[in-house]
Design a binder for this molecule. Structure first.
Ligand code: NAP
Length: 480
């Protein structure tokens, strides 16, 4: 089930949240602790106002909630709310057997026995979940992974406890994959928000249902994703999931925040992933784990696409292809013969290689000049420091911005001080924001512009083909 955590402070606003999200959810959690005091007294009437099963929760401050009542007052409030037809009631692990539990059992309300850890994953998580479920209750562990290893640990614990009725929540950014793959983890439900997250890392109900189709995941669902750090800003889940939906392909694509590539490969094996995209800063780091690499990866030295082959992982590069598509005609027609490439990082490797491969004369500018020199030597081109950018004014046909300067949220800066003549084609490979400071300057001078979103889409289309064997469907593009 996708369960909406209601964040309103009145019953009416909670009902409104349910109405707005009704198409995406199977259940709702009424957080009594977030309601105004007079509204709390009327909570028993809530379940009859909606057609979704409702979980009753009165979360204490120490468990991440707002309830400051004494334990006796809290019990009384829960008891009076339980006059209503709630489907579930959340009772914390350390609360001894009491009249709330008794009333819930008499009324056939299922008990969710929960514990929260905002600092990490407790060592005894396995035994605690097991013990909580022993009386037939649903065990709920909301814990905080801080590394990809922690995430792998959570999936493994979930697998070991696969026959136990439970809910495992990974809070924060590291836990997002287990929130989305809740069915894979054998969780009864995943909590979702309607707007602002009520708990750290919550995904919106709309995204869970419409983007990820998290509730449709089954044994046969192919798992794909993107690894990076940062990674949550990426639009790749939209491109790939919309493609899967359009051709009815049983697969899901999700973001993985990663700090250690080796451990991620262990997680990828564990989840039987079929492939994944690679972004900053892992395009080089993945190479040593690949059994096979394409000619382009070998020559570019960076890999942005990994696909499973029998017994090994294969690395490919679709960045160079995606980068070229929007300017291919200009290169083939001779409009672009020379280019200034700003940046010498992972993405620049693909850009420079693509341009050189098409015979364009390239000069690389980079803050760390040694890096520019190395890339220039490999690709037989020129290099210089960022400070010398003005030397090239009026002398190049194409200026490509490949650094991370200007990327959201620091979007009001450009890595170079460069006066465009208006004759150049300006191309920024950053896609968030679409219009960077670099492009604004070029637009003012009347240059032709190309956006990072064009490259992203074109590299994504080829990646989709490598992942699925199908062309990227035209219908999916209408939803992007
Ligand atoms: P990377 O390997 O980390 O390289 C970063 C580059 O930015 C390096 O050249 C670095 O210079 C430069 N840089 C960073 N901070 C700087 C600063 N304060 N001043 C001057 N230069 C600075 O990253 P990447 O993988 O190449 O990615 C770079 C950008 O391309 C990202 O914004 C990414 O989102 C975008 N990208 C877009 C697409 C697409 O499909 N549109 C695909 C791939 C990447 P130093 O060498 O001096 O550190």
């Amino acid at each position: 089930m996708i369960c909406l955590t209601l964040s309103g402070n009145t019953l009416a606003s909670c009902l409104d949240e349910i109405k707005q999200n009704r198409a995406y959810i199977d259940a709702a959690e009424l957080r009594l602790d977030l309601l105004q005091e007079e509204e709390q007294q009327k909570a028993s009437s809530f379940p009859s106002m909606t057609d979704v099963p409702v979980i009753l929760t009165l979360r204490r401050k120490e468990d991440g909630g707002q309830c400051m009542l004494s334990e006796k007052e809290r019990r009384q409030l829960l008891l009076s709310a339980l006059d209503g037809d709630f489907a579930y009631v959340d009772i914390e692990e350390d609360v001894k057997r009491n009249d709330v539990e008794q009333k819930a059992r008499e009324k056939g309300v299922r008990i969710i026995r929960s514990f929260h850890d905002f600092s990490g994953i407790p060592d005894d998580i396995y035994s605690r979940i097991y013990r909580l479920s022993e009386r037939g209750d649903i065990a709920k562990a909301a814990v905080t992974p801080h590394t990809i290893q922690d995430l792998l640990t959570l999936f493994r614990i979930a697998e070991e406890l696969k026959d136990v009725p439970k809910i495992i929540i990974g809070m924060g950014d590291w836990g997002i994959p287990i929130r989305i793959l809740y069915k894979k983890a054998g969780s009864l439900l995943t909590f979702a928000c309607s707007g602002e997250a009520v708990a750290p890392g919550q995904v919106s109900a709309k995204d869970l249902k419409m983007l990820y189709r998290a509730d449709q995941v089954n044994e046969r669902t192919g798992i794909y994703g993107i690894i990076g750090n940062p990674v949550l800003h990426t639009s790749s889940p939209l491109i790939h999931n919309m493609g899967f939906h359009a051709i009815n392909y049983n697969a899901i694509y999700l973001p993985f925040l990663v700090d250690n590539v080796r451990i991620f490969f262990a997680l990828a094996e564990y989840l039987k992933m079929r492939g994944f995209s690679v972004t900053i800063p892992f395009k080089d780091a993945v190479l040593m784990y690949l059994g096979n690499i394409s000619r382009e990866v070998k020559q570019i030295g960076a890999c942005n696409t990994v696909v499973r082959m029998p017994g090994m992982w294969k690395g490919l590069n679709t960045d160079y292809y995606g980068f070229l598509q929007p300017i291919l005609k200009d290169i083939d027609s001779g409009r672009v013969r020379s280019a200034l490439v700003v940046g010498a990082g992972g993405a620049s490797q693909a850009v420079v290689w693509a341009l050189r491969n098409r015979g364009v004369k390239v000069t690389i500018l980079n803050r760390t000049v040694g890096r520019a020199e190395k890339l220039a030597k490999i690709n037989l081109c020129e290099y210089d420091t960022l400070d010398n950018a003005s030397k090239y004014e009026g002398k190049v046909d194409l200026v490509v911005q490949t650094t991370s300067v200007g990327l959201y949220p620091d979007f009001d800066i450009s890595p170079i001080d460069f006066h465009f003549t208006g004759r150049e084609i300006a191309y920024d490979i950053i896609y968030k924001p679409r219009m960077t400071k670099f492009l604004k300057e070029a637009e003012k001078a009347g240059c032709t512009l190309h956006y990072g979103s064009e490259m992203l889409m074109d590299q994504g289309k080829l990646q989709f083909e490598l992942f699925t064997g199908y062309h990227y469907p035209k219908e999916a593009l209408q939803n992007l």
